[in-house]
Design a protein around this ligand. Structure first.
Ligand code: SF4
Length: 457
């Protein structure tokens, strides 16, 4: 799909984060394995009508999957089924869902389920796509979560400005009529960190949607002190299928270490930025990019897991399996499932500088690393993308990465540090050319940033 200067194309391995090598795949473009887009035969969450038909209505949902039978199913038995499935959170944390369910169900107070649809990653579309196309699957999953925890109420925390998704969910609720639990929709604020679980709970408690250190996990003491399950839309939708088909079926997708299918969003230099695909078997990324991404060869690099994810060299990324377990073993998190492609015509340093400027502006400045460190890091990194960047500029970036990594009340500074440090490793050839005052490829346009982008004044 793209062409570009081969001398800029670093052939390397996963950056320093790697704990082990990724399994080699002989021919990524033709490797076997199931995956697909909405309406495709090799899908689970996205099975059903194609995207062009819009939201799946209740009658079709029931024709396809049958009714959700929860009456008579003991909450403990449901939780045991989830534990046997090995389902982990698909919002980024990859935390075992069964442990959260157990903590919520067994803690004092009236449990609450929060379906987190805020999807703060600017380029991610998977949760919005699920809400838009399969709203009844998400509602079924919320009912399973409520049953498994004993919750009598569900909050869907979403962006009203995503009108198509919001309207699809409201229409689905109207089709359902009375439900066994109260369902309330709450409009989430447009901030990168607003979807972090403590930020969600703080917002529902009437405070700002900002992360905070809490004395207890939200699963045991969350909204108004109630045990609160905060779970991502995709995770919840998996519950709808798991409750129908069981743990053994669930485990026939994914890997033994990370069972189940995964939704991914393609972004950047691909044929259709924002396209959501479902990976059922751990196929090589190259096959996905060749089949639905419009690429015919490895790109310059891929940003894996979100804007606070890991830059991976394009050749390495082409062969790497889209599978949470193998990626985790190599030190890379699939996170929210974002796979943002940097083509050979575009520059990694300039693109990273643009993302860092955005991320530095997405905090409330509550903690030192965000108040001072992230803006300084964004500023220093921008200098690396200028002509004549020096080794001193590079050293300054390394110092700032070390200064913010692991600091603050939430993972935001560490995520920003990961983005910057993986860029330094993956794009070291660009740095060398920069020091020689060579012309430099520009940032890619296809990594969207909301209108609020930019550092705080
Ligand atoms: S580390 Fe940053 S984003 Fe996280 S709570 Fe503190 S100020 Fe907010």
């Amino acid at each position: 799909m793209t062409t570009g200067p081969a001398h800029l194309h670093h052939r390397g391995t996963i950056p320093r984060l790697g704990r082990g090598p990724l399994p080699e795949r002989p021919d990524p473009a033709t490797a076997p394995g199931r995956f697909g887009v909405a309406g495709g035969p090799d899908t689970r969450l996205l099975a059903g009508p194609p995207r062009a038909e819009g939201p799946e209505h209740l009658d079709r949902h029931l024709d396809r999957l049958g009714p959700l039978q929860l009456a008579g199913r003991a909450p403990g038995a449901l939780r045991a089924e989830v534990a046997a499935s090995g389902l982990t959170g698909r919002g980024g944390g990859q935390f075992p869902l069964a442990r959260k369910l157990a903590a919520v169900a067994t803690s004092a107070g009236q449990p609450l389920v929060v379906v987190n649809a805020s999807e703060g990653e600017p380029a991610s579309r998977k949760d919005r796509t699920l809400l838009t196309l399969r709203p009844h699957l998400v509602l079924d999953g919320a009912l399973v979560a409520a049953r498994a925890t004993g919750a009598g109420a569900v909050v869907v925390y979403l962006h009203r400005r995503h009108r198509t998704a919001s309207a699809a969910l409201e229409a689905a609720l109207a089709e359902r009529g009375p439900l066994p639990v109260d369902v309330q929709l709450v409009d989430a604020p447009p901030r990168y960190v607003a979807g972090e679980s403590t930020a969600v709970v703080n917002y529902l408690d009437g405070a700002g949607a900002l992360p905070s250190r809490r004395p207890h996990p939200v699963a045991t003491r969350g909204v108004a002190g109630r045990p609160t399950l905060v779970s991502n839309v995709e995770t919840v939708a998996h519950l709808a299928l798991l409750a129908r088909s069981g743990a053994a079926w669930f485990r026939t997708a994914g890997s033994a270490a990370q069972p189940g299918s995964n939704l991914v969003t393609l972004a950047g230099d691909v044929a259709v930025p924002g396209l959501v695909a479902e990976v059922v078997d751990p196929i090589p990324l190259g096959r996905l990019l060749a089949t639905v991404g419009g690429l015919d060869a490895a790109p310059r690099a891929v940003l894996v897991g979100g804007y606070e994810g890991t830059w991976v060299d394009g050749e390495v990324a082409w062969a790497m399996p889209v599978e949470r377990g193998a990626l985790s073993a190599a030190g890379v998190s699939l996170g929210c499932g974002l796979l943002a492609v940097l083509g050979l015509d575009h520059g990694g340093l300039a693109t990273t500088a643009r993302l860092l400027a955005y991320l530095a502006g997405q905090t409330a400045g509550q903690c030192g690393p965000c108040l001072l460190g992230l803006p300084a890091l964004a500023h220093a990194f921008a200098s690396l993308a200028d002509p004549g960047a020096t080794r001193a500029d590079e050293r300054r970036v390394h110092q700032l990465v070390a200064a913010v990594d692991g600091r603050g009340a939430c993972g935001h500074p560490s995520g920003v540090a990961l983005l910057a440090s993986s860029a330094l490793e993956t794009f070291h050839d660009e740095l060398r050319l920069r020091r020689r005052r060579h012309a430099h490829p520009p940032a890619v346009d296809g990594f969207p940033l909301p209108a609020t982008a930019g550092p705080r004044p």
